[in-house]
Design a protein around this ligand. Structure first.
Ligand code: NAP
Length: 548
């Protein structure tokens, strides 16, 4: 729908304000600047990097093939950078993002050390006012969130945490100077990706490590290795082809061709295929139906359980480590010596499902099985995923409605294309809920959103459109479409942060579009080509500050 609306013209401080200077914010800033828009980025940290700035816990590394885990919008940037290994450590990825920020001269557009704690849409003048924690504010026509999906740390509200006399850390807010656990008794709570990466490293340093596990995990070996220079050279040479393939692929990565069903193979052939992948390392995507068909799924689950039994020497510990949920329906994990770590004399495992944590005491952690003393506790307890970072900014749209109230009162997150939401005009979310985001290779999905948003703003400026807002009906349909696809899979049968299940009181519902990166790109492109179908577009007499 296109219409007209009267609004008071007030010149904004900026055409666009972007929150966050990680992969999303950096490219958004570059893209808007290249198109002539005055843009300001606010970043809480004192430097660029987003996720890779904050997550400095021991063992933190990428688990996507690094040659695909970078920007592809610039051939020069792509060719000017060389990854050392298949799954590089956090520091290397942070160095990459610094390389991008420096090469594109982005730092002068970013205000660091600035937390945004409120953003408010004003209908009178069709502007966003964005407030910093210190009470300063700026206005902008476009408000763009580049806050990442996993930036709101979750420290469970354990009784007594304040009384703990030792030091405690959350993996997502790790001290920059590092932590020396030498000679210490350490407790790690949580066995998701962060726990599984950090546990083997902490175990090597600490005097004793106790792992508090609520849900055992299916882990598959990463078998990280330095890249063969010939492979890197070839990858750079076929940049254009690679860029197209990544963008049109299902997950934003290049995945070897798969067989349709695990049940088409004999158990002997299947186990050989699983074993080959186990030796080779990387994700266990060998069959297309593993996340759809329970029987197929169980073959993968059983294979990993057999590996746990084979690897972990103490049968009681091995039994505690055996997962029973559908394989792959929580975030899949690539590990380095995770199961092997439980063979160390200085590592023990407590199953908190059978013996829940009752409280943190001044000296340690008390479960129903007793109290254990620690010098340090590590919370590898995850994040309020997808919606958490948005809610923490206290965003208010039309009629003053809070985003949190809109999504939680209806017990449902609702977006149109994961990019925007009704009632919040001229606001765009990069990798928002109900887009492929965390179940895709993030840089590729981020690029698609940034380019779509830039094109959309260009279209608005050229067509004299002042306001774009997701239509309520289109949003309902998109949310339903996302949920319908998810219901066809096994994902919705497991409690996971994908479902919002890790945060008490959070609205439940699958938060990611599962139709695939290539398909999603096509849908977004068609929406744009059809004059931004599903959006309300409003013009007024207001002049704009388009400068190109
Ligand atoms: P997570 O996957 O949410 O894992 C949190 C862990 O803490 C789970 O084992 C959870 O148990 C446990 N936990 C939470 N609350 C607890 C409580 N009250 N008592 C006991 N245990 C509790 O968090 P994460 O490991 O930080 O990973 C989050 C996401 O970040 C990943 O899924 C991934 O997308 C991303 N990540 C990626 C990488 C990478 O290599 N690229 C590395 C790290 C993280 P339950 O399972 O029972 O809830």
């Amino acid at each position: 729908m296109t219409g007209k609306k009267k609004s008071v013209h007030v010149k904004p401080d900026y055409d666009a304000v972007v929150i966050g200077a990680g992969f999303s914010g950096l490219y958004m800033l570059h893209s808007l600047r290249e198109n002539g828009y005055s843009t300001k980025v606010f970043e809480k940290a004192d430097d660029v990097g987003g996720t890779w700035y904050w997550n400095r816990y021991p063992g933190a590394r990428c688990d996507s093939d690094s040659v695909y885990y970078n920007y592809t919008f610039s051939e020069e940037l792509f060719k000017g950078w060389t990854w050392s290994s298949r799954y590089p450590e956090q520091a290397e990825i942070l160095t990459y993002l610094n390389y991008v920020a420096d090469t594109l001269h982005l730092r002068d557009g970013i205000q660091f050390n600035t937390t945004i704690n409120h953003a408010n849409y004003n209908e009178e003048n069709n502007l966003w006012r964005i407030y910093t924690e210190d009470g300063d504010s700026v206005t902008a026509t476009y408000f763009i969130t580049a806050v990442g999906c996993l930036s709101a740390s979750n420290v469970p509200n354990f009784k007594g945490l304040d009384s703990f006399k030792g030091n405690w850390y959350h993996t997502g807010q790790w001290p920059h100077e590092g932590v020396d656990f030498t000679g210490q008794k350490v407790g790690v709570i949580g066995t998701g990706s962060s726990g599984v990466q950090s546990i083997p490293v902490i175990a090597k340093e600490a005097d004793h490590l106790t792992v508090f596990q609520r849900t055992p995990q299916y882990c598959f070996p990463a078998r990280n290795h330095p890249y063969d220079p010939e492979f890197v050279k070839e990858t750079k040479e076929k940049f254009s082809q690679l860029k197209t393939e990544l963008r049109e692929s299902h997950s934003g990565q290049i995945i070897k061709s798969r067989k349709p069903s695990a049940l088409d193979d004999t158990s002997e052939d299947r186990n050989k295929a699983y074993e080959d992948r186990w030796q080779q390392g990387g994700y266990l995507f060998i069959y297309d139906d593993l996340l759809i068909n329970e029987e197929s799924n169980e073959t993968a689950a059983e294979f990993i359980r057999s590996k746990i039994a084979e690897t972990v020497k103490n049968p009681e510990t091995a039994q505690k480590l055996m997962p029973s949920y559908h394989w792959g329906t929580k975030r899949q994990i690539l590990d380095t010596d995770y199961y092997e770590t439980y063979n160390r004399d200085n590592v023990s495992l407590i199953d908190v499902r059978s013996n829940p944590i009752e409280e943190i005491t001044p000296n340690g952690i008390k479960t129903t099985a007793g109290e254990e003393e620690f010098d340090a506790i590590v919370f590898a307890t995850g994040f309020d995923g997808m919606t958490g970072p948005l809610f923490r900014m206290d965003i208010h749209g039309k009629d003053g409605i809070a985003l949190k109230d809109k999504w939680e009162e209806g017990s449902q997150t609702r977006t149109y294309l994961g990019l925007s939401t009704n009632g919040f005009p001229n606001m765009f979310m990069i990798t928002g809920p109900e887009s492929p985001s965390v179940l895709s290779n993030m840089p590729i999905s981020i690029e698609q959103h940034v380019e779509w948003i830039t094109d959309c703003i260009n279209y608005m400026q050229k067509s004299d459109i002042d306001l774009i807002e997701a239509n309520e009906e289109a949003e309902k349909e998109w949310s339903k479409h996302c949920r319908d696809i998810a219901e066809e899979t096994l994902y919705t049968k497991t409690d996971s942060w994908y479902m919002g299940a890790n945060i008490e009181g959070k609205a439940r519902g699958f938060l990611i579009y599962l139709g695939g990166v290539g398909t999603y790109r096509k849908i977004c492109k068609e929406v744009a080509e059809n004059g931004y179908e599903g959006f309300d577009l409003i013009s007024s007499t207001k002049t704009h500050s388009y400068t190109k």
